[in-house]
Design a protein around this ligand. Structure first.
Ligand SMILES: Cc1cc2nc3c(=O)[nH]c(=O)nc-3n(C[C@H](O)[C@H](O)[C@H](O)COP(=O)(O)OP(=O)(O)OC[C@H]3O[C@@H](n4cnc5c(N)ncnc54)[C@H](O)[C@@H]3O)c2cc1C
Length: 287
């Protein structure tokens, strides 16, 4: 299949990219192209213009600091996945990225592109949501910071307005005595998950559970985040937390899995991920 005709722009700076988007209200950003090109070829998308950001070197950034990891719009999945500095500050990133498609796709696809694409079956939106991260958006007129809770509006729908480009995404650092884990089940490794869970568990100074959260992919129209602190209790009853998850979710059936199976699977994955996150929190607390 061939894409419908479109105007093509290859800006060399962020300013030029924003000007090109402002001049083309029906235009779209082209980053890694791993989701957009198939949509164009199948004629499921027909933007008037493509603004290709691959020559905008100032967007090819990965900043790691005490507060967290800021990922520029042109940083590929593979770069973030392999970054030891990023893993030291927020290990959930690399853990989840290893489940994103296949290595060739991760060599080209971008983390920020995955967030902008807002696929509810994708890993990075759930990770941003459970960590309470943000997306920095810019247009020719203004800049704004969008919290994850407001960024994902529906399947393949983000809060980005026409003319806006997601410049970077910020993933907060893991606080002390905190552990993370990621678990998903796909029919084949590299496929989109039937269900997936990103878990974050924090302990207090007496090593009791102070917070337990889980972000879910593949079971709702947007990434779903549940606070499981109360359900798990201070001693971390992860089976009770998983039972709470099963009660709270309302997964849709599709050709790959029925609703009951998805509900059961999500509970199993949640218990496993919360357990692993709690074990890591304990290890970090005892270091
Ligand atoms: C076979 C296959 C399997 C895959 N499996 C998975 C998987 O298991 N999990 C997963 O998460 N993903 C999967 N993907 C998608 C892949 O991870 C993509 O890399 C990702 O979804 C989009 O990143 P991209 O940089 O390629 O974006 P593009 O395809 O270039 O763009 C995607 C969308 O986001 C918009 N966009 C991109 N960047 C920006 C920006 N900076 N500002 C504003 N809008 C922007 C585009 O306009 C477009 O609408 C798969 C892809 C393929 C082809």
């Amino acid at each position: 299949m061939k894409p419908p005709p479109f105007g093509y722009h290859a800006p060399g700076t962020l300013g030029e990219a924003l000007d090109a988007l402002a001049a083309a209200p029906g235009g779209k950003v082209l980053a890694g192209g791993q989701s957009l090109i198939p949509l164009l070829n199948m004629r499921l998308a027909a933007p008037s213009d493509l603004v290709d950001i691959n020559r905008v070197a100032e967007l090819d950034t990965l900043h790691v600091g005490d507060q967290g990891v800021r990922i520029g719009a042109l940083a590929r999945h593979a770069r973030v996945e392999r970054s030891a500095e990023a893993a030291a500050v927020q290990p959930l990133l690399g853990r989840a990225l290893r489940h994103v498609a296949h290595p060739v796709i991760r060599n080209r696809g971008t983390v920020v592109g995955s967030l902008a694409h807002a696929d509810p079956a994708a890993e990075m939106p759930a990770v941003l949501a459970v960590l309470g991260g943000t997306v920095e958006a810019a247009s020719a007129r203004a800049r704004r910071t969008i919290p994850a809770a407001a960024f994902f509006r529906g399947p393949l729908e983000s809060a980005l307005e026409p003319g806006e480009l997601a410049v970077s995404a910020f993933f907060p650092a893991a606080p002390p005595r905190t552990g993370t884990a990621f678990a998903e089940t796909a029919r084949r490794h590299g496929d989109y998950a039937l269900s997936g869970v990103a878990a974050v568990v924090g302990l207090d100074e007496d090593l009791r559970v102070a917070s337990a959260r889980a972000g879910f992919l593949g079971i709702a129209p947007t990434p779903l985040v549940l606070d499981l602190t109360g359900a798990a209790g201070p001693r971390g009853d992860w089976a009770a937390a998983a039972a709470h998850v099963r009660e709270r979710i309302d997964p849709e059936p599709d050709i790959h899995a029925g609703a009951d199976y998805r509900r059961h699977l999500t509970g199993v994955l949640a218990e496993r991920a919360l357990n692993a996150a709690a074990a890591e929190a304990l290890r970090r607390a005892e270091d």
